[in-house]
Write a protein that binds this ligand. Structure first.
Ligand SMILES: *Cc1c(COP(=O)(O)O)cnc(C)c1O
Length: 359
């Protein structure tokens, strides 16, 4: 399918950031977007790259009422040789198709989405920042847009990709975060939609996150919905705990998001000969390990921060210091390895880099 490209006119172009050290996350978006439509019986059609613009949507669009909305998050990096590269983009689109299947939305054509993403990024290539640690954030999104108020899956969808430059996550070094173990609210339950990257999961998480922020915490650590006992994940990161020589992360049991960074971490650790267990881990086991000194490190893993070391865990009013409040050795090595692969400073034995242009 041909992708029609309509470049923005001079008056539709926005000023590019002049000081990359001031880049944050999520405020700046580029001059163009990729968009296409789906209708039952016709499939995906009219894929196009157009000037960034508001969506036209009927007030009765089903996605606005019943939550059929899914998204993804990945990044484009400038390699040391000047090329622009993605990181495991097929994994994001495959995950988006699993999210779509879970909430009865249309399946995407993976090569078409990749091609649309590539054409969009190359058209806006001057927006990809150059300073160390900066990148271009990519947000694929799908929304049900059939105008209908009865509850059932929509018969039409819009899919689009918007992109924008983002700053280095760690401006002042990799500072460990304080996390609050949430024992009242839950994010998702097994059998629900926790494993889908869909809007409702984030709506469910906001109140607890706001309360934790008021108390001075950066992140909420979610426990399982049934017993409030087993650790699941934090805001937009999967969690890893290093207890003695074992690295433990929650199993993909349906209530947590199957992170691509999580998968990268597990792959690299096993390659290094480190023991990794995907198993249920009770919060009491974590706190006991912290007290006995066997909890060596804890860190979150996700696209935004890559590796986010945890320096303190607070559970039922008790603070547990982790790794002396500093970044652990394993966290540091993992961070360096994954970032090195993403920016082309290290070998890519797994074929995770996806350069968009020739050298
Ligand atoms: C996106 C996300 C993650 C991390 O996934 P990555 O593919 O590693 O970026 C983890 N948990 C939640 C809830 C998420 O939304």
């Amino acid at each position: 399918m041909d992708i029609h490209v309509q470049p923005a006119g001079p008056d539709q172009r926005k000023p590019k950031p002049t000081d990359e050290s001031q880049l944050g996350f999520g405020d700046l978006l580029t001059d163009h977007m990729f968009i296409m439509d789906f209708d039952e019986g016709r499939g995906w059609h009219n894929p196009r790259v157009v000037p960034y613009q508001a969506l036209k949507m009927d007030p009765a669009a089903m996605g606005l009422h019943y939550g059929q909305e899914i998204f993804e998050g990945l990044k484009a990096y400038r390699l040391a040789d000047g090329r622009i590269s993605l990181f495991r983009p097929e994994s994001n689109i495959a995950r988006m198709n699993r999210s779509a299947a879970r909430i009865c939305m249309a399946q995407l054509d993976v090569p078409l989405v990749l091609e649309g993403m590539k054409q969009l990024i190359l058209l806006d290539r001057e927006w990809v920042p150059r300073s160390p640690g900066t990148s271009l954030y990519i947000r694929p999104t799908m929304i049900a847009n059939e105008p209908h108020l009865g509850v059932r899956p929509s018969r039409s969808y819009v899919f689009y990709i918007i992109i924008g430059p983002v700053g280095a996550y760690y401006k002042e070094g990799l500072n460990p975060v304080k996390i609050y173990v949430e024992d009242v609210y839950i994010r998702a339950a097994v059998g629900g939609i926790g494993e889908a990257k869909t809007a409702g999961n984030y709506a469910a998480s906001l109140l607890a996150a706001e309360k934790a922020k008021e108390k001075g915490f950066t992140q909420v650590l979610w426990l399982d919905a049934v017993e409030r006992r087993y650790v699941e994940e934090v805001g937009t990161m999967n969690m890893f705990f290093v207890i003695n020589d074992e690295v433990i992360t929650a199993p993909l049991n349906g209530s947590i998001l199957p992170g691509i960074t999580r998968d990268s971490v597990i792959t690299i650790l096993r390659d290094w000969g480190v023991k990794v267990s995907e198993r249920s881990l009770a919060i009491d086991e974590v706190t006991a390990a912290a007290e006995s000194g066997s909890l060596k490190e804890a860190f979150g893993a996700g696209t935004a921060a890559v590796i986010s070391p945890v320096g303190q865990i607070t559970y039922k009013g008790t603070d547990y210091v982790v790794a002396g409040g500093k970044m652990g050795d394993l966290s540091r090595r993992l961070y360096d390895e994954i970032v090195g692969i993403q920016y082309g400073q290290k070998d890519d034995p797994y074929g995770w880099r996806y350069p968009l242009t020739e050298a």
